[in-house]
Design a protein around this ligand. Structure first.
Ligand SMILES: [Zn+2]
Ligand SMILES: [Zn+2]
Length: 328
């Protein structure tokens, strides 16, 4: 091992990430050192980079869709084991949320690539109790987007109950995985993209959506549930407008522009709106066991670690088809 770790560092919000050499820190109890081979680029990273999420650790190594091999430390994994590191980095284990199967809402939770350093680096350190063992023969870069886009999308789909016709708003990293999961569960998928985004619409149709159009278009049938991935508040009333009575709009992102005022009539008849925050380890276990049994594939665009800023820029501009992944 060399004495320092190559990483892309955010020193201040709204400034470009820069290449840095970080000192390798010593491990605490339960911590493992991981050689990172792939790290997904999530929209949350962009919100942190652009100063839309208020309280990151700074300087910060972004990245919470990490796939790598254990180098040393801990007792749960053998050296060389393939593991995934998700957004939830640690919880207190004692608060009212931790003690009621809602550790995603823990009052003292830490988050990978936000309040702890993440995976835009050749190595990272994680609490082994929050890592997932990664089996199967998917490549590391194909697994990476499953760790947040897939996993938190899966949690969001859970809140759609037994809804049959699912509307997905924003067809990027999360929706392209979730469309396949929903189809595998026997649901029907309708995809809503930015107006004129033919590429995203054709990806949606390739992955099993029966209809794809622009947000604001009238779908052929009303939706039983809608999941909003795009960080655009006006999509909430737009989704309510095409939702059946009793249906739910699930907001799956960590940040969204302001939701415009709308008539109560859109909400009336027991329609509901809810958000999804973070993940629990139980969500991850359920999700990874699901994807081990179903042929869910990820469309991935890879960038070398040094081009993290470019990957974020492409994500901001809507140029990524599927998910962006950094490889080191
Ligand atoms: Zn994420
Ligand atoms: Zn807690």
């Amino acid at each position: 091992m060399s004495s320092s770790v190559r990483a892309m560092l955010l020193t201040r919000a709204r400034t470009p990430l820069r290449a840095a050499q970080l000192d390798r820190r010593s491990l605490a109890e339960n911590e493992v050192r991981i050689a990172v081979s792939a790290c997904g680029v999530c929209r949350t990273d962009l919100h942190i980079r652009d100063g839309e999420l208020a309280e990151p650790k700074l300087p910060l190594v972004l990245g919470h869709e990490i796939v790598g091999r254990v180098l040393e430390g801990g007792s749960r994994f053998e050296p060389g084991a393939r593991v995934g590191v998700p957004w939830l980095a640690s919880t207190c284990g004692r608060c009212r949320y931790c003690t009621s199967d809602r550790e995603n809402l823990c009052e003292r939770a830490l988050f990978t690539g936000y309040t702890r350093d993440g995976g835009y680096a050749e190595e990272t350190v994680a609490d082994e109790r929050y890592c997932f063992p990664i089996g199967g023969d998917r490549g590391d870069h194909e697994v990476a987007p499953l760790l947040c886009a897939g996993l938190i999308g899966y949690r969001a789909l859970g809140f759609a109950g037994d809804a049959e016709r699912i509307g997905l708003y924003g067809f990027g990293a999360a929706a392209h995985i979730l469309a396949q999961v929903a189809r595998a569960e026997g649901r029907r998928v309708l995809a809503f993209t930015r107006p004129g985004d033919r590429e995203a619409q054709s990806l949606a149709l390739d992955l099993g959506a029966e209809w794809a159009g622009a947000a604001g278009d009238e779908p052929p049938e009303p939706l039983d549930a809608a999941i909003v991935f795009a960080p655009v508040g006006s999509l909430v009333p737009a989704a309510l407008r095409v939702l059946v009575p009793g249906g739910c709009v699930v907001c799956a992102g960590i940040h969204m522009s302001e939701i415009p005022a709308f008539s109560y009539e859109l909400l009336w008849r027991e329609r509901s709106i809810r958000s999804v925050a973070n993940l629990t380890r139980a969500d991850g276990e359920r999700f990874f066991s699901f994807v081990a049994q179903h042929p869910v594939r990820t469309a991935v665009q890879t960038f070398p670690l040094e081009q993290a800023e470019l990957a974020l820029q492409h994500l901001r501009e809507g140029l990524i088809r599927g998910a962006a992944v950094l490889t080191s």
